[in-house]
Structure formats: C-alpha cells, structure tokens
Design a protein around this ligand. Structure first.
Ligand SMILES: Nc1ncnc2c1ncn2[C@@H]1O[C@H](COP(=O)(O)OP(=O)(O)OP(=O)(O)O)[C@@H](O)[C@H]1O
Ligand SMILES: [Mg+2]
Length: 286
C-alpha cells in the first residue's frame, strides 16, 4: 500500500522510472491528440467482511474522456477508483488500460483531504516539484516543466508559500498541479472539492475543465454533487446500491466549456433530472 501511494504521488509506472522521467518532461498532449481505447474492467470482486461491494463487475471506460462517478452513499465509488488506480487490491478481476496493466500506465490521484495530501514542510512550489524529483529529473528540466505548467494554468498563488498559509482552494490547486506535473495518462479525483466553499467550488470546476480541455487527459471524478458530476463530464457513471453494478452510463452532450450558467440550460436540467430519476429508483426502489 505504501508503495502504491508513493506511485500515486510520483505517477510513475512500476518499472522503468528513467523512461518515465523522460515522458514526464513531454508537454501534455493536446486535446486533439487525446487517447483512444478504453479502461477494461473485468470480473471485479471486492468484499469487506460481510459487505459485498462488487460481485463480478464488467465495465469499459473510454480513454480521453471525463467520467464522473455518482451513486448512493457507501456503494463503492471510492473503492472503485482505488482499485482501478491500483491503490487498493481487488479480490478478483482485472483492469487493463488499452491492454496495458496499471504498472505500465502513468496515473495521478487527487485526494479529498488536501490538508493531509500536501507535504506541510515543503513550500507549494516544492510540493509540485516533488514527483519529478523522485523520478530523478534534473533540476533545470524540472524548473522548465513546472514553469510551463504554472503558465498554462495561469496560477495566481504565492507558490513560495507553505501550504498552511494558503486557502483550501489554493491548497487543492497545488495538489492538482502536483498531480499534473508528471503528465499523467489517467487522473483520478475523489471528491476533490467537497471541503471547499461554494464560490471556491465553482472556481475549481472551471480550473479542472480548463485542464481537461487543454490536455484531454482521461479523468475519473467521484462526486457526491450531481450538478458537478453532470457539469464536468462527457459521461456520468451511475452506480447502484451494493452489490454494486452499473445503473446507467449517461452521455452528457453539452458543449464545452461549461460555465456555471450552463446549469440552468434546459438540456442540462433534462440530463440532471434523468440522472436523478435513475439514482432515486436505485435508492428508493427496493
Ligand atoms: N477499508 C475498508 N474496510 C472495511 N470496509 C470498507 C473499507 N473501505 C470501504 N469499506 C466499505 O465498503 C463500502 C464502500 O465504501 P466506499 O468508501 O467505496 O463507498 P463510497 O461510495 O465512496 O461512499 P461515500 O459516498 O461515503 O464516499 C462501504 O460500505 C464501506 O463501509
Ligand atoms: Mg467515497
């Protein structure tokens, strides 16, 4: 588990860190060059004591897409992305990224609790440098890479500050930048904005969209907020209660970018209502 967490911070495949350092130096792929193929999940099983969470889940998640995961409390949203990202062991099953194992794929993970995720003894800038440093990238190349990243996302934070002096949203921005610095192929986010106030949440939704539109990185976002799940995603993965199955994968055919105003658009309201109906059927229907 410790090794997995180190890997999530560095984003490195399990083998060949030197090759990864080179890959990490590459600029993020343009959205036009986004990945194709899919993340293929087969026969996924997971049980905690008497609680059967997954009992043979099969699922294909398209790469190069933004997918929100939404479902009842405790249905296994975090468990799902933790297993897909390799952070948690499966009881049985397999996950292949375009035919490759997780160990052969560059991933990053943004945790809900940014206060515990950032290294408090490192300044914001050194937190962002950290994964590249672990990968052994020389200082000058790291500095170039980080400068490019900060410029791309127009970051207006005192990057020389220590995390405790930054606001929650600023700290979570630093976490997200740290996750992006290795140019991951897949980005996992587990309720990353749930500890932020509404204004900051709206701002962060814009930031994450900007990143997605620029990089086309496959993104899996767990959200407990249906508005957020619909606003940000190409598809919303709706899950059932345990033992958990896919209730529906809903395509969100709204144009990008999606500002806060889109949440009042009739098509948005229709899509959200549909997702809510599926959710309520699941929660109340038994
Ligand atoms: N490490 C663990 N040990 C025991 N039970 C666990 C563990 N992790 C998760 N569970 C149980 O598995 C189920 C799914 O948990 P998980 O955290 O994945 O759900 P979730 O959908 O993310 O929930 P929430 O909406 O509260 O974030 C829950 O019943 C939870 O109690
Ligand atoms: Mg969870």
């Amino acid at each position: 588990m410790k090794r997995s967490i180190a890997r999530l911070v560095t984003g490195a495949p399990a083998s060949g860190t030197a090759a990864t350092a080179d890959a990490a130096a590459a600029p993020p792929p343009a959205a036009a060059g986004r990945r194709r193929g899919s993340i293929a999940i087969r026969g996924l099983r997971k049980t905690f004591g008497d609680a059967v969470v997954y009992d043979g889940l099969d699922l294909d998640l398209p790469q190069g897409r933004f997918i929100s995961v939404f479902g009842p409390n405790g249905c296994g949203k975090s468990t799902l992305i933790n297993m897909i990202s390799g952070l948690m062991a499966m009881d049985a099953g397999s996950v292949l990224y375009d035919g490759r194992t997780i160990g052969e794929t560059r991933i990053s993970y943004v945790f809900q609790n940014y206060r515990e995720a950032l290294f408090p003894w490192l300044r914001a800038i050194d937190n962002i440098h950290y994964p590249l440093k672990v990968l052994g990238m020389p200082r000058r190349r790291r500095e170039e890479r980080v400068a490019r990243l900060l410029a791309e996302f127009d970051v207006r934070i005192d990057i020389n500050a220590y995390p405790y002096t930054l606001s929650g949203g600023q700290q979570q921005t630093v976490s997200i930048l740290r996750a992006l610095v290795t140019d991951p192929e897949v980005l996992f986010l587990d309720e990353p904005f749930s500890a932020l106030d509404y204004e900051m949440t709206l701002f962060m939704r814009e930031q994450i969209q900007k990143i997605y539109m620029k990089t086309g990185t496959t993104t899996l976002l767990v959200s407990h907020d249906l508005e957020e799940a619909v606003q940000l995603a190409d598809s919303v993965l709706l899950l059932t209660r345990r033992p958990t199955r896919v209730a529906e994968m809903v395509d969100i055919d709204l144009p990008w970018p999606r500002t806060a105003r889109i949440t009042t658009h009739p098509r948005f309201v229709d899509l959200k209502r549909h997702c809510l109906d599926v959710f309520w059927n699941e929660v109340k229907g038994r």
